[in-house]
Write a protein that binds this ligand. Structure first.
Ligand SMILES: CNc1ncnc2c1ncn2[C@@H]1O[C@H](COP(=O)(O)O)[C@@H](O)[C@H]1O
Length: 397
């Protein structure tokens, strides 16, 4: 393999530089809409509202104490800012532009559909709310607006699909879990080309998965044949829950697992062994480096991340590197990939392989076409890198 002059010049060894990673086409499979709004954007939205409410920017990597609590306080704060469909449209557009500017070619954006209060009150005194379908319509409008300008602004059109999230933190009974699931299934019927899967997320300290969520999902299992699931798993230690998620994967068409920070060894070995799904499909593992570092409280940094438990361990697993919440974690897709590459000495080829694995584990219905787009953009990024290297060589020292 010929040496890569840009890479060598940047790092002095085979470690790709942040700039080189920025130039690569990339894939994001695990990004929550609200958590991906940058802190600057939140401050801007609040300032425009002008009611004196503000927000002090912070870097949650600097203090790992009570991390999960801080994360969920942050989401609660965002919910006080994105309180209507217009703010939702604007913040969605902002998130899409943020990822496209980082050369993300495919974004699988996840969000739990919400209802916003309208000022109107019905005659019986009941508050009028927007519908969850209007929420999805607003997200869809923003995607269309973004894509209509993307070629001119970014030189390519980032593809975007949506996963609708079931929030375990809002589940209080099996019925309330069924309500969330049924709403999502109904929205998928309305937007079959946009909604490509279901995400199960929310505060992992809420013990709702065993008693309510899995039983509710099982009751609706036929719906997931067309709507695969990705499940936040073992973000905190709960071996019983991990085992239940694992044993439900086939029946519920759970194709990907998020985080898996505290996944028990025997569960991991079962996934690595393969045979989870009847069709022989692989299991996607969504790694979110900074998020995992913060919520696991890895004081020694990413070197202690569980990435190596999965990387190159099995042909039955497809890895992806993701951001989770770029706003909350003050990161972007390239910085996440770069941090992980530095921690584990990953080469450019490794990173390209991971992007391909991410595409293969995505819920996009036309993976082959996306892989071809990826390859085409990869060759042009190589040309760009070589041209940059030539320019570097001609710069007088
Ligand atoms: C830190 N790791 C995480 N673990 C679990 N759930 C998370 C999460 N990060 C985000 N969310 C989920 O995504 C919601 C925000 O986006 P949306 O309002 O849906 O767009 C959060 O309220 C939480 O339910």
């Amino acid at each position: 393999m010929p040496a890569d002059p840009v890479l060598d010049a940047a790092a002095g060894d085979q470690l790709p530089s942040l700039e080189e990673i920025r130039a690569l086409p990339k894939v994001e499979l695990h990004a929550h809409l609200s958590g991906s709004i940058t802190q600057e954007k939140l401050i801007e939205l609040l300032a425009r509202r002008g009611n004196g409410d503000t927000f002090t920017p912070f870097d949650c990597r600097l203090d790992l104490s009570n991390a999960l609590e801080k994360c969920f306080d942050y989401f609660a704060k965002v919910a006080t800012v994105v309180t209507d469909l217009q703010a939702l449209r604007e913040s969605t557009l902002h998130v899409l532009e943020f990822f496209a500017a980082d050369r993300c070619i495919y974004l699988e954006l996840r969000t739990s559909p919400k209802q916003f209060k309208l000022n109107a009150v019905e005659s019986d005194g009941v508050e009028v709310l927007t519908t969850k379908l209007q929420y999805l319509q607003a997200v869809s409008d923003s995607i269309q607006e973004f894509q209509s300008q993307a070629q001119a602004r970014f030189g390519f059109v980032m593809e975007v699909k949506v996963l609708l999230s079931v929030d375990r933190g809002r589940v209080t009974s099996k019925e309330s879990a069924l309500q969330q699931i049924d709403d999502i299934v109904a929205m998928h019927v309305q937007y079959p080309n946009l909604v490509v899967g279901i995400d199960v997320c929310g505060n992992p300290s809420k013990p709702t998965v065993l008693p309510y969520l899995i039983p509710a999902l099982l009751e609706r299992k036929d719906a997931f044949l067309k709507l695969p699931i990705t499940f936040h798993t073992a973000e905190t230690q709960d071996d019983e829950e991990s085992r239940l998620v694992l044993s439900s994967m086939r029946e519920l068409n759970i194709r990907r697992l998020g985080h898996v920070c505290f996944f028990p060894d025997e569960c991991r070995e079962e996934v690595l062994k393969g045979g989870i799904h009847a069709d022989g499909g692989c299991v996607g593992i969504e790694i979110c480096p900074t998020s995992n570092l913060v919520t696991r409280g890895l004081k020694n940094g990413l070197a202690d991340h569980h990435f190596l438990d999965w990387w190159k361990k099995s042909d039955h697993v497809l890895l992806s590197i993701n951001t989770d919440d770029t706003g909350l974690f003050s990161c972007d897709l390239s910085s996440e990939i770069h941090d992980l590459a530095r921690a584990f000495r990953l080469s450019r080829e490794d990173l390209i392989e991971i992007q391909r694995q991410a595409l293969r584990s995505s819920f996009h219905p036309e993976k082959q076409r996306l892989l071809e787009t990826f390859d085409a953009m990869l060759s042009s990024s190589k040309v760009d890198s070589e041209q940059a290297a030539k320019r570097l060589k001609t710069v007088p020292s």
